[in-house]
Design a protein around this ligand. Sequence first.
Ligand code: F6R
Length: 238
Amino acid sequence: MEIIKCKSYRDLSLQVGIDIEYQVSRNSKLVLGLATGSTPKGVYEYLKSSTVDFSEVRTFNLDEYVGLEPEFNSRLKGKKGYGVPKHKQSYYYFMNEHLFNEVKFKRSFFPGESQSDTYDSLIDACGGIDIQILGIGTNGHIAFNEPGTSRDSLTHVVDLTENTIKDNSRFFDSIDEVPKQATTMGIESIMRAKQIYLLANGKHKKDILEKACYGDITSDIPASYLQEHKNIKVLYCD
Ligand code: F6R
């Protein structure tokens, strides 16, 4: 693991954004693995200002709520209205808001759009993920892989805990509307990426990041599995 302390969140976002831009300029068919959440927003902001052509790049998101997967109208392929987010809380909506509305990719995939066990085959068929962006949860989760997830997990459906469902209910009209499950790439799916950026912004991530990078490799801290990856950079800032 190469661990880099950044001067600021802007510095962190620029380092990753510039590298993605550079790699796309050398390989127009790059495959990107994307995360939602607050941490990668700065990278997406940077990519929105890029003059590099992303039109041959394909993207795979890490996770999506079950029932809120994007719908694609094949008759509108390449036109406005092709992909329709089902809900403002869907990760597809988030990605549209923060990246896809401005940066045009060849195609963006979300787990759960088709059977979850075909997502990994789809990634393989596209040549694998070249660069995977990851955030980290304060309990050490990566994507929706919570403590206890096994190292060899592929894309799968997870039941959300009662707590998460309750927490999320503030974003929905009623608790019945809150998704009870999500589809997530597994640890093995993530470890197959050729290069990984693990990003952490803020003092509240410091403890868990230290455990993930220097502690035992354990399913209690799913991010600790990343220590075994051959090409991973960890960028963090206060
Ligand atoms: C989202 C995802 C999550 C987040 C993590 C950190 O696609 O994979 O694991 O990366 O919860 O979230 P933020 O960046 O909001 O602190």
